[in-house]
Design a protein around this ligand. Structure first.
Ligand code: UD1
Ligand code: MG
Length: 477
């Protein structure tokens, strides 16, 4: 087996993206474009994995090393063009390296492992100097065209340099190639920037090989969309749609019910069990995991969130949360990072939680804010409860024991502890710890001023209703 080097081109500016984020870091199904490509590159298990960087160098480099820690970064110099990028990478290879060099672009994210492997095998069985993956496109605008004569590849002409006849050619260069390192070492020094873009084109190596009686072959890919480059946001959105369709279909085949694929978005690293049901308008992002029998949606966004078996999560926004088996969340719940809801627990309607553990079977059913809190098992937090966790300077914790029952409209002024089995009355402002088994109430006696409405609001509907009520009770007695 020949040794192998893979060069990933990622130094371009991505001008057409019109973005302060480097093009190759725009995300597709939750991952930067370049991560998709690096994954495919790594599937070939090359001895040398090299990534050429320049624009937003440090940001791109950090992202590359995250996905491929063994990658060697090559800093492209001031000479622009894919030819220069590859030339510098080849110069960085050991002088005695004699194998094949695969070149891929960081902006072609759908390239398939199998397509790349097949290209490499073809290159080796043909004993070619260069083998390129081409594609037949209905609209080849913008791509380099593969120019053949009597069926044999002669050269590649970039769209901007192409004549009208050449522009009619539907076979395009995908930007994915295998070269022998000799072909690159020999021809790249002769590539010039005498073209419409004043760049050293890698694609010129093909024409130089032809002139020098080299052997170049091109293999059209079966599914042309797999080699479409992402150059602007229209292409990015179309690619996202396409990738999402394949992810949704994959999960449907794995036994997940997805009612409306058009409004369901699932990131690449999400994991779903069989018999999960996803309702319309749901986005599952990052490393979200949903266990069997859970129902998620409608209109729910989960980021890096775990949903246990049989849980129901309705109209909810959750990030870095853990939802236990059989638990119920929403509608209209906001689970911020660090929310851990135990099995069979509940975070109900208009409830916001953050950095809080809510134990097994415990419930926060309505209109509450629970932050920096620990709730034991089997507890019930009354409607309209607020944990006042922030004194304007520091955050403090609230600890609620097991089987506690708190009244409606409580405020827990943290730091504060409510012992196991304790109760609080409606409207309690809990400023002091409540021992286990006690009842805490805030005593603010109710004053009732009889006849106040008739005296102060005469003639109003309220006064009339009061008078009618008085008349009715007189008749009754
Ligand atoms: C390139 C090909 C074209 C092909 C198309 C497929 C050339 C000259 N043209 O055109 O034949 O049809 O890809 O998508 O190669 N890059 C560098 N350094 C540079 C310039 C670019 O590393 O100096 C990188 C970019 O970051 C990108 C890749 O090379 O990942 C391709 O560059 P891009 O500018 O997108 O080339 P295209 O015009 O798309
Ligand atoms: Mg491109």
């Amino acid at each position: 087996m020949q040794p192998l080097a893979v060069i990933v081109l990622a130094a371009g500016q991505g001008t057409r993206m019109k973005s302060s984020t480097p093009k190759v870091l725009h995300r597709l199904a939750g991952l930067p474009l370049i991560h998709h490509v690096l994954e495919t590159a790594r599937s070939l298990e090359p001895e040398h994995l090299m990534v050429v960087v320049r624009h937003d160098r440090d940001t791109v480099a950090a992202s590359v090393l995250e996905a491929a820690p063994s990658a060697v970064l090559i800093d492209q110099d001031d000479t622009p063009g894919t030819g220069r990028a590859v030339e510098q990478a080849v110069e960085a290879l050991p002088a005695d390296f004699t194998g094949d060099v695969v070149v891929v672009s960081a902006d072609v994210p759908f390239l398939d492992d199998d397509d790349l492997l097949a290209l490499l095998e073809l290159h080796r069985s043909d004993e070619a100097d260069a083998t390129l993956l081409s594609a037949i496109l209905e609209d080849p605008t913008g791509y380099g065209r593969v120019i053949r004569s009597s069926g044999r590849v002669q050269k590649i002409v970039e769209h901007k340099d192409a004549s009208a006849d050449e522009r009619d050619v539907a076979e395009i260069n995908s930007g994915t190639y295998v070269f022998t390192v000799e072909a690159l070492r020999k021809h790249l020094p002769f590539v010039t920037a005498a073209n419409a873009q004043n760049e050293k084109y890698l694609t010129d190596v093909v024409g130089l090989l032809t002139i020098n009686r080299g052997h170049v072959s091109a293999k059209p890919v079966a599914e042309a969309w797999r080699v479409e480059g992402i150059n602007d946001r229209v292409q990015l959105a179309a690619a996202a749609r396409r990738l999402n369709d394949t992810i949704v279909t994959h999960w449907q085949r794995e036994g997940v019910s997805i009612l409306d694929p058009q409004t369901t978005w699932i990131d690449r690293d999400v994991s779903l069990a069989a018999d999960v049901e996803i309702l319309p308008g749901t986005q599952l992002k990052g490393a979200t995991v949903v266990e069997t029998g859970a129902i998620v949606g409608p209109d729910t966004t989960l980021v890096d969130t775990e949903v246990g078996a049989g849980a129901v999560v309705k109209r909810t926004d959750a990030t870095l949360a853990v939802i236990g088996a059989g638990a119920s969340v929403g509608p209209f719940a906001f689970l911020r990072p660090g929310t851990i809801l135990g099995a069979d627990g509940k975070i109900g309607t208009f409830v916001e939680t953050k950095n809080s553990t809510i134990g097994e079977g415990s419930k926060v059913p309505h209109l509450s804010y629970v932050g920096d809190t620990e709730v034991g098992v089997g507890a019930n937090i009354g409607a309209g409860t607020i944990t006042a966790n922030y004194d304007g300077v520091n955050k403090h914790r609230t600890v609620v024991g097991s089987h506690v029952r708190t009244g409606s409209h409580n405020v827990f002024v943290a730091p504060v502890r409510i012992g196991d089995g304790a109760y609080t009355g409606a409207g309690t402002v809990v400023r002091k710890d409540v021992p286990a088994g006690s009842l805490a109430i805030t005593v603010a006696p109710q004053r009732t001023m009889s006849g106040w409405v008739e005296a102060k609001r005469p003639g109003t509907d309220a006064a009339k209703a009061a008078a009618d009520a008085a008349a009715t009770s007189e008749t009754a007695s």
